[in-house]
Design a protein around this ligand. Structure first.
Ligand SMILES: *[C@@H]1O[C@H](CO)[C@@H](O)[C@H](O)[C@H]1NC(C)=O
Length: 291
């Protein structure tokens, strides 16, 4: 009997190994994250496919990525605290360390049952934020999982919700605006009590009889450059993106993306620092007037 040619056998083995790595990489919280605080209130479940954070009167909880990233296209699905979530904040963000840190923020401000969450976003460069934009969502973020994404490449940061871009922060260093591109960032998330400001500006307090409050995470996916010992290596981690390679590193908004972003801004944006002339009597920040 003819034996299986050894090169095809090797190829087959490689295919199986690579296939299984890719299949499991996309979402295993054990592999990619550590629950960092909350004394058991943060849990990784279903063999690493699901992560939950909870908050009660004694404490919230949080997790962070094992890796630091220097640019990436990072997707996470979140299902937010349902029912009466007033006073709670679920923060999901990228951040570097130190006193001149960079940060890219999603924060979900809870509300009374039936009242809308606010999605609060911000960009910090070298320790300075003050770039808030806030949105309502076009769906109930507590009824199901939805995908929240950050595209961070050397030219721009794009925040997206279910693939719809909601915010773009461009690299305008040539005009003197700092841009996060020299400090690697980790992914963080936490669920905590912020009833001094979160819901209707702090008017509605957390109702602890409704606790514990729980937010859930799944399907983390990063096409990103992982930072390790002062150098970064970029890779595509999911089978679906293998064919497009590192296209995200130079991705920009196409005309459809721009139209959808305009749609969100016209219909769902509730605060934009770039339009808050009272707050900036000396003139709006430069990135606001230079598109
Ligand atoms: C909560 O609901 C009120 C009333 O609809 C709304 O004004 C507010 O923007 C909502 N969200 C938050 C986080 O306060």
């Amino acid at each position: 009997m003819a034996s299986f040619p050894s090169t095809s056998r090797v190829m087959l083995m490689l295919t199986l190994i690579v296939g299984s790595l890719m299949a499991t990489y996309a979402s295993n919280f054990y592999q990619d994250f550590d629950v960092t605080w909350g004394d058991g209130r943060g849990k990784i479940l279903n063999s690493g496919q699901l992560l939950t954070l909870s908050l009660d009167k004694a404490s919230g909880s949080g997790f962070q990525s094992k890796n630091e990233y220097m640019f990436g296209k990072i997707d996470m699905q979140l299902k937010l605290v349902p029912g009466n979530s007033a006073g709670t904040v679920t923060a999901y963000y990228l951040s570097s360390k130190g006193s001149t840190w960079d940060e890219i923020d999603f924060e979900f401000l809870g509300n009374l049952s039936g009242d809308p969450y606010i999605l609060h976003t911000n960009v910090f460069c070298q320790g300075k934020g003050n770039r808030e934009q806030q949105f309502y969502l076009w769906f109930d973020p507590t009824a199901d999982f939805h995908t929240y994404s950050v595209l961070w490449n050397p030219q721009r940061i794009i925040f997206s919700v279910d693939g719809t871009p909601i915010r773009e922060f461009k690299n305008l260093e040539s005009k003197g605006v700092p841009f996060p591109k020299n400090q690697p960032m980790r992914i963080y998330s936490s669920l905590w009590n912020a009833d001094d400001w979160a819901t209707r500006g702090g008017l509605v307090k957390t109702d602890w009889t409704q606790g514990p409050f729980t937010a859930s995470y799944r399907n983390f996916n990063a096409n990103a450059c992982v930072w390790s010992s002062g150098a970064s290596s970029c890779s595509s981690s999911s089978p679906s993106s293998a064919s497009t390679g590192n296209a995200w590193l130079s991705q920009e908004l196409d005309s459809t993306g721009q139209e959808r972003l305009n749609w969100v801004h016209q219909n769902y944006m509730i605060y934009n620092y770039c339009e808050d002339t009272k707050r900036f009597p000396q003139g709006l920040p430069p990135e606001c007037t230079m598109s």
